[in-house]
Design a binder for this molecule. Structure first.
Ligand code: ADP
Ligand code: MG
Length: 396
């Protein structure tokens, strides 16, 4: 096993410098305009223009980023659209007598940007009207892969957002002490917040931790705080240490939800075991990179053990190929290998590598709201649709 990913570090060896920047969560700066990371330039020009409005949301909870993106031509365009939940820079004054051609053009761009954004949202809302099957009872889907940086959190958040945007009631349980899913859903997760730590260690009812995600109706989150980092150790001495999440879910009215998605940390420790015991289905995100299949054997063995001893219902229902870069033969090769190995459980939709996907969390958003017309958002919507149409029988 390569030490990098095995230790939970994002596997970045093959990424371009731009991707590394955005992968660290920093807004992409100039690099983003070219859509460097978009697979084979998958986004049409009009939609790309619209991305300006996506940046209309001011960064949430990242004061230091407040002005990071201001001053670029694109952002002159985005300021007036003012579409985000956070306060963007103060409203721009109307054109003055000394208005320059540049400002006029920028305002015109902003209008176009607003229109294209509206068009993209219509595309999305058109999809929302489509009937996706709702499961007869709640589907609890654990999203796990002990490798770090393979897209567990990104997939949890964006699949959840897509399902919620199509009318499903969705809960994301953040089981990673880093709290990245909580951040991406715009949910507070500092140490004083009632969190999944309290549920696992202090027997707090899950209901007391669940809060609504920002921006998307029907979407909820049980946040993780850094306290959870200690839970791996604290759980060891607890009664029924592997089943504490399952018990909390059972005590909670999960049938009010259509889906519960559990975002796991990058390990196979007790937190992930709790998620495997708590879930009915396992979704494994696999990054389309060289070491993709490494470690999967260990994951599958752990799943078999959990199935045999703790949760016979657990079923590897879904594999999602993430960060697919259509410019490389390697990505196609990995996708082919995974499909020949795992067959039908692999979703047809692959998630392209997309700068917008990696930028969205820094704005406290899923890519579904941050840039609904981007290739990443469209792919996650397709993948969620496949999930909703498949495996309905896998529900309890
Ligand atoms: P994990 O939860 O498995 O550790 P993440 O979902 O946090 O992985 O993803 C790791 C990094 O890769 C994050 O910085 C994320 O923004 C980025 N990322 C995830 N999916 C994509 C994608 N499709 N395109 C570009 N960057 C992505
Ligand atoms: Mg994660």
């Amino acid at each position: 096993m390569s030490t990098g990913p095995g230790l939970g570090w994002p596997d970045r060896a093959n990424e371009s410098p731009d991707d590394q920047l955005t992968g660290l969560g920093w807004p992409g700066g100039e690099g983003e305009d070219e859509g460097e990371g978009e697979a084979a330039g998958a986004e049409p020009e009009a939609v790309r223009g619209e991305t300006g409005s996506g940046t209309g949301a001011a960064p949430s909870g990242h004061a230091m980023w407040g002005n990071t993106t201001s001053g670029t031509a694109e952002n002159v365009g985005y300021v007036p659209t003012n579409g985000g939940r956070q306060q963007p820079p103060g409203p721009r004054k109307g054109p003055s007598q000394g208005e320059s051609e540049l400002v006029r053009e920028a305002l015109k761009d902003a209008k176009v940007s607003q229109e294209t954004s509206g068009a993209a949202l219509k595309v999305m809302s058109g999809r929302r009207e489509q009937e996706w099957p709702r499961p007869a009872s709640c589907r609890i889907v654990t999203i796990a892969n002990q490798k770090g940086g393979v897209g567990k959190t990104t997939s949890s958040v964006n699949l959840a957002a897509s399902l919620a945007m199509h009318g499903a009631q969705v809960l994301v349980v953040d089981l990673d002490p880093q709290g990245n899913a909580s951040t991406a859903l715009g949910v507070e997760h500092h140490a004083e917040i009632p969190s999944i730590y309290d549920v696992l260690i202090e027997d707090m009812p899950l209901a007391e931790t669940v809060v609504a995600a920002t921006d998307i109706p029907n979407l909820f989150c049980a946040p993780a705080t850094l306290n959870l980092a200690g839970a791996e150790i604290e759980l060891v001495s607890k009664v029924a240490r592997e089943s504490r999440l399952r018990r909390a879910l059972e005590a909670y009215e999960t049938d009010n939800f259509d889906y519960v998605l559990i975002d796991c940390p990058p390990s196979l420790g007790l937190l992930t075991v709790n998620a495997l015991v708590g879930g009915d289905e396992l979704l494994i995100p696999i990054q389309c990179e060289y070491y993709a299949l490494e470690g999967l054997g260990q994951l599958v063995r752990t799943v078999d053990l959990v199935k045999a001893h703790l949760n016979p219902r657990l079923n590897v229902s879904t594999i999602l190929l993430t960060m697919y870069d259509a410019r490389t033969r390697l990505a196609a090769q990995v996708a082919e290998d995974v499909r020949s190995h795992f067959g039908d459980v692999v979703l047809n939709t692959v998630i392209p590598r997309s700068v917008r996907v990696s930028e969205a969390p820094s704005y406290g958003q899923s890519v579904m709201t941050y840039d609904p017309g981007s290739s990443g958002a469209l792919a996650y919507s397709e993948a969620a649709s496949e999930m909703a149409h498949r495996n309905t029988e896998a529900a309890k």
